[in-house]
Design a protein around this ligand. Structure first.
Ligand code: PEP
Ligand code: MN
Length: 357
């Protein structure tokens, strides 16, 4: 056998071993998946450092060279890491709100059959912080409708910091909001506090709304999974994006796929804005989830004088819309007086957005 023939023969042995290793690695990965399922059933964690250390020790004892123990351990650690990554990928694939392909998107269509959120258009949700009177809602709705806004805030239950502050008008507030919305051909969104309110609110509301303080109220989220109206879910005051998506998962996995996420700023050390608008988070949510994402430029800022730049940022971020508070006379508003836009300010913001094209 010539040296050349020998080389060809040895290389073909290597090729064969590579194929065997590939087959073994694939078999191993399939078994790891089975183990993952068994661990899920037991409610146990997938990563088990003691088990990993035990396997490495056995390999070390069995190793007869020529690779050093350190090399063998490094190679197997890499295999363990790849297996864990595979399990994590499989666990993520099970999460319904997780985007499975780049073009997957949830499009929410409102009862007129033409108003949509999540379809690539930029949707406006606007209205006062709270319903205060028929006149206040009527004046606001007229101004919003004139700019093509289809979804109006009809907030009748206000989760205030102090129990001594205005708590909302309750059901009479919903009656006002419904009357005004019907007059201008608009849809109402309104915050629900407790699952006991679902039946009553169902008579008035087109889109249910879960506020930041209730984002992790899993009983409420599950109950909203059982209705056939869309749900707007706001990010909690200090919720991570993962917690936010798991909250959405409660609703979706309970049967209601029509969830809209709202980034409303998170608590940080910053004082000059009420919260810190996490615009990077909006981009990540759009990447990680197929649900529509809307940016609340009012509660994230707590001030009206930066509405225009924030609206521009929201639009540029790839979000599906923005939420802004508008009141006919903000200084006398019964809640969030500092951040609500007057009607001229709202119009000016709309002109600014329109100029962006
Ligand atoms: C709201 O948007 O009406 C509201 C109360 O905001 P948040 O839940 O984000 O504080
Ligand atoms: Mn408010």
């Amino acid at each position: 056998m010539t040296a050349h023939d020998q080389l060809t023969e040895l290389r073909s042995q290597i090729d064969e071993i590579n194929m065997q290793l590939l087959d073994l690695l694939s078999r191993r990965a399939r078994i790891v998946t089975e183990i993952g399922k068994a661990l899920d059933e037991l409610g146990s964690k997938h990563y088990d450092p003691a088990r990993e250390a035990g396997m490495l020790q056995e390999l070390e004892q069995a190793n007869k060279g020529p690779f050093s123990n350190e090399t063998i351990k490094a190679l197997f650690r890499e295999i363990f890491r790849a297996s864990l990554a595979l399990e994590e990928q499989q666990a993520r694939a099970k999460i319904q709100v997780q985007r499975k392909s780049p073009d997957e998107r949830t499009v929410i269509t409102l009862p007129d059959g033409v108003t949509t959120i999540g379809n690539g258009n930029f949707q406006l949700i606007a209205g006062p912080c709270a319903v205060e009177s028929y006149e206040q809602m009527d004046e606001t709705a007229a101004a919003l409708a004139a700019r093509g806004v289809k979804i109006i805030r009809g907030m009748a239950f206000k989760p205030r910091t102090s129990p001594y502050e205005f708590q909302g008008l309750g059901e009479p507030g919903l009656q006002i909001a419904r009357k005004v919305a019907n007059k201008y051909g608009m849809f109402i969104t309104s915050e629900i506090m407790d699952k006991s309110q679902i039946d009553m609110m169902n008579d008035y509301v087109d889109i249910f709304w879960v506020g930041a303080r209730n984002m992790q109220n899993s009983f409420l989220l599950r109950a909203l999974g059982g209705i056939n109206k869309p749900v707007i879910l706001k990010r909690g005051l200090a919720a991570t994006l993962e917690e936010f998506l798991y909250a959405a998962e409660y609703i979706v996995s309970s049967g209601n796929p029509n969830v809209i996420l709202i980034e409303r700023g998170i608590r940080t050390f910053e004082k000059w804005t009420r919260n810190t608008l996490d615009i990077g988070g909006v981009a990540v949510l759009k990447l990680e989830s197929h649900l529509p994402v809307v940016v609340d430029i009012s509660h994230s800022a707590g001030r009206r004088d930066i509405a225009k730049p924030l609206a521009r940022v929201a639009r540029a971020s790839g979000a599906d819309g923005l939420m802004v508070e508008v009141h006919p006379n903000p200084p006398v508003a019964m809640s969030d007086a500092k951040q609500q836009l007057s009607i001229p300010e709202f119009n000016s913001m709309m002109d600014d957005l329109a100029a962006l094209g």
